[in-house]
Design a binder for this molecule. Sequence first.
Ligand SMILES: N[C@@H](CCC(=O)N[C@@H](CS)C(=O)NCC(=O)O)C(=O)O
Length: 230
Amino acid sequence: MTTTLYELLADGDRLISPYCWRTRFALPHKGLDATLIPIKFTEKEKIAFSGQDKVPVITDGEKVVFDSWTIACHLEDAYPDRPTLFGGDVGRALARFINSWGDKVQNPMMGSLIIFDVFQGLCPEDKAYFQKTREQRFGKALAEVQKGREERVAGFRSALEPVRSLVAEQPFISGKKPAYADYIVMGGFMWARNTSSLKLLEPNDPVFAWRDRMLDAFDGMAAGSNGLTV
Ligand SMILES: N[C@@H](CCC(=O)N[C@@H](CS)C(=O)NCC(=O)O)C(=O)O
């Protein structure tokens, strides 16, 4: 069966969407070797077949699936004999809580620190669309959103405390090995890494060491994705 992932790239080959990154990790976890199809914000016609306009989108054989959480559930259910992303129904429900935290807390906080950097790294044809839609979302100019971030980054680090205390005690959020909950949180960090030089974490932070372990996962897949910071 052929699997295809439509994912969002900035200028060059930098995969920038936190949600696409979740799927990027989930696929090799399930041992699936997907064909990767890059799209830009202004190339939505490439995913029109999915009936909506957001990535990630996968095709898996005849099936079309969109939304990173729905994709993770599809992969778990379609490939039950492969390594599990959730570790059972209770693990799936708990990973869904992390998904919600990533969507509602982690990524919005990160966005307020890096959104102007994201804009600056986009290809020229995507810039006007991104600026218009994101300024509508934030209600102000993107450079303004990012203002004062050197002071505000401390608040982001505090919000990571539940992750920090966990990965200080065990190598991954999911335990001894990484799984979908790790991919959710790492998706946000990959968004930042591939768009911004802002130092989000201090090197002595246990989350920093966890992020390094995630960069090394799957033969350094994320580390080799043209990031700007270490
Ligand atoms: N809940 C969705 C969110 C997907 C999403 O917002 N994707 C963004 C990229 S990060 C997108 O495709 N945006 C297109 C646009 O803004 O036009 C998921 O988890 O997949």
